[in-house]
Design a protein around this ligand. Structure first.
Ligand code: NAP
Length: 451
C-alpha cells in the first residue's frame, strides 16, 4: 500500500526531501508514495522567501525547481496549516506513515548582553524577517532614525543586513524587499554600519562571494583597519583555509580602495567582543572589549571601547523552535535526533536537524538521507495520510492554501510590483488570503459572463 508522508515546512529542506522521495519511486506510472508538504504560511519556500536577501534574486531561482516537485501528481501543498495550532504533531503521526520535520531555525540565538531590552536592539531573525516581508515581523518597524548602526557577528547574515542597510532607493527598487522596510530604510539617515567580529578576519564565517559583493554598493565604501589584516596567511589547503585566504585578499582590496568618496561606510571591526548595550530606554551605543586569539578562541585583553550608535542588530546565529510532541535539544537549539531519525516514523531534516549552517543546497543531502531512511524503515504504508488530514481539516472548517492558490498570490505580487522590482510582497496572511477571494470573485463574474 502507498506510503504516506507528511513534511512539515516547505523550505529548501522540505522540498529537497520531497524531491529525494520522488526519486525513489520505481514505477512513476504507479507511484507507491503520497507526499503532503505543510506550511503555516500561505506562501511556500521558507528561507528562500523570508531568509535569502531581497537583492539575491538569483539564489531565489531554486524555487522553480521546488515548483516542479510541488506540481508532481504525488505531491500536495497544504499552506496556511500550522502544526500545533490547527493539528497536533501526534495527530499527524497517527495519520501518516512518516512525518518529516523541516521547520528550519527561525529564532534568534540571544547575545546575553546587558541592555539587550533597550529600544533599537534587534535580532537578525526579526530584522531579516521584517525586510523580507515575513508576516511574523511585519510589526517590527525598527527605528532607524540614526546615522550609526552596529551589526554583531561575522557570518553571511551580518553581511546581508549591513548591505541592505546602506543600499540607496534605486538599489532597493531592484529587489523584492517588503514595501514597509523599503520605505523606512530608504529614508533612514544611516551612513555608517560597523560589522563587529569577536575573532579575526581569518576566522570570519562569511563566504567570499558575499564579501566581495560589498564592493558593488553604489553609495557605500568599505573600511577595514590595516593593522587587523594579518600578513601571514594560513598554509593549510583545506576548505576553511582557502576561504580565509580569499577573504583576507578581499579585505585587503577594500583597504586599498578606501579613498573613494562615498557618502556611506560599512566598517569591519575585528577582535571586538560586545559587552554591553549602552543608553537609557533607547540604544546609545555598544561597549566592546578588544580580544586576542588563544587556541582559536577570542579572549578579552582588558582594553575597552565604546561605539556610539542608535541601533544594534545581533546576527550571531539562529535556533529552531520547539514542537510539541518532538524532543528538543536545548544545547544545540535543534530537534533532538539520531542522524535524522527522531522516533518511529518521525524524521527531521535541514537546520532543525543540524543547526543553522551551510547554503541552500546543503539541505539536499539531508533530504536524500531522510528519503533513504523512510524507504529502509517503512516497507509498505498502513496509514490513510492525505484523506485523513483533509477530513480533519474539513471537520474544522479550515481551508488549506493549495499550490494553485499560491500561484495566484505569486502572480498578484508580480503584477503589483513597480518596475524593476521583481515582486511586491504581501506582508500579512490576511492580504495573501484576500487575493484568493478577489481572484475567486473575478472568476465568478467571468463564469457568469461566459454562461
Ligand atoms: P554564522 O555563519 O554561524 O555566523 C555567526 C557569527 O556570529 C560568527 O561570526 C560567530 O563568531 C558570531 N557569534 C556567535 N556568537 C557570538 C557572540 N556571543 N558574540 C559575538 N559574536 C558571536 O551564522 P549566520 O550568519 O546566521 O548564517 C547562518 C547560515 O546561513 C550560515 O551557514 C550562512 O553561510 C548561511 N547564509 C548564507 C547566505 C548566502 O550564501 N548568501 C546568506 C545568509 C546566510 P564565532 O565564529 O567567533 O563563533
Amino acid at each position: 500500500m502507498t506510503i504516506t508522508v507528511a513534511i512539515i515546512g516547505s523550505g529548501p529542506a522540505g522540498f529537497y526531501t520531497a524531491s529525494a522521495l520522488l526519486a525513489t519511486v520505481a514505477d512513476p506510472d504507479n507511484p507507491d508514495l503520497e507526499i503532503d508538504v505543510l506550511d503555516r504560511l500561505p506562501t511556500p519556500f521558507g528561507l528562500i522567501r523570508a531568509g535569502v536577501a531581497p537583492d539575491h534574486q538569483t539564489t531565489k531561482k531554486v524555487a522553480k525547481k521546488f515548483e516542479q516537485t510541488a506540481l508532481r501528481d504525488e505531491v500536495r501543498y497544504f499552506g496556511n496549516i500550522e502544526i500545533g495550532r490547527d493539528i497536533s504533531l501526534d495527530d499527524l503521526r497517527a495519520m501518516y506513515d512518516a512525518v518529516v520535520i523541516a521547520t528550519g531555525a527561525p529564532l534568534d540565538r540571544q547575545a546575553n548582553l546587558p541592555g539587550r531590552d533597550k529600544l533599537g536592539v534587534y535580532g537578525a531573525a526579526a530584522f531579516v524577517g521584517w525586510y523580507n516581508g515575513h508576516p511574523d515581523w511585519v510589526g517590527l518597524a525598527p527605528d532607524l532614525e540614526t546615522e550609526r548602526v552596529a551589526v554583531i557577528g561575522n557570518g553571511n547574515v551580518a553581511l546581508d543586513i549591513a548591505r541592505v542597510l546602506v543600499k540607496n532607493p534605486s538599489e532597493l527598487g531592484r529587489t523584492d524587499i517588503a514595501a514597509p522596510a523599503k520605505a523606512i530604510i530608504a529614508k533612514a539617515p544611516v551612513n555608517k554600519v560597523t560589522v563587529f567580529g569577536r575573532r579575526g578576519p581569518l576566522q570570519a564565517k562569511f563566504t567570499n562571494v558575499e564579501l566581495r559583493e560589498m564592493a558593488d554598493l553604489e553609495d557605500a565604501q568599505v573600511i577595514t583597519k590595516a593593522e587587523q589584516l594579518p600578513d601571514a596567511l594560513p598554509v593549510a589547503d583545506d576548505r576553511d583555509a582557502r576561504l580565509a585566504r580569499r577573504n583576507l585578499d578581499t579585505l585587503k582590496t577594500f583597504a586599498a580602495k578606501a579613498q573613494e568618496p562615498n557618502p556611506k561606510r560599512v566598517c569591519f571591526e575585528f577582535y571586538a567582543q560586545p559587552l554591553e548595550i549602552l543608553g537609557g530606554d533607547r540604544v546609545e551605543g555598544l561597549r566592546l572589549e578588544r580580544t586576542e586569539l588563544r587556541d582559536g578562541r577570542a579572549v578579552g585583553t582588558g582594553d575597552f571601547f565604546d561605539y556610539p550608535c542608535g541601533a544594534v542588530i545581533s546576527a550571531i546565529g539562529y535556533k529552531s523552535e520547539t514542537l510539541s510532541g518532538a524532543p528538543y535539544d536545548q544545547r544545540h537549539g535543534t530537534i533532538d535526533n539520531d542522524n535524522g531519525r527522531v522516533a518511529e516514523g518521525l524524521y527531521v531534516v535541514g537546520w532543525a536537524k543540524r543547526g543553522p549552517s551551510g547554503v541552500i543546497s546543503s539541505n539536499k543531502p539531508d533530504g536524500e538521507q531522510c528519503a533513504a531512511q523512510i524507504r529502509t524503515d517503512i516497507q509498505a504504508g498502513t496509514k490513510l495520510g492525505r484523506l485523513a488530514l483533509q477530513n480533519q481539516l474539513a471537520g474544522m472548517g479550515r481551508d488549506r492554501v493549495s499550490y494553485r492558490d499560491w500561484t495566484k498570490i505569486d502572480q498578484a505580487e508580480i503584477d503589483n510590483a513597480e518596475h524593476p522590482a521583481p515582486r511586491q510582497k504581501f506582508v500579512t496572511v490576511q492580504d495573501m488570503l484576500q487575493v484568493l477571494s478577489d481572484v475567486e470573485d473575478r472568476w465568478a463574474i467571468q463564469d457568469k459572463k461566459d454562461a
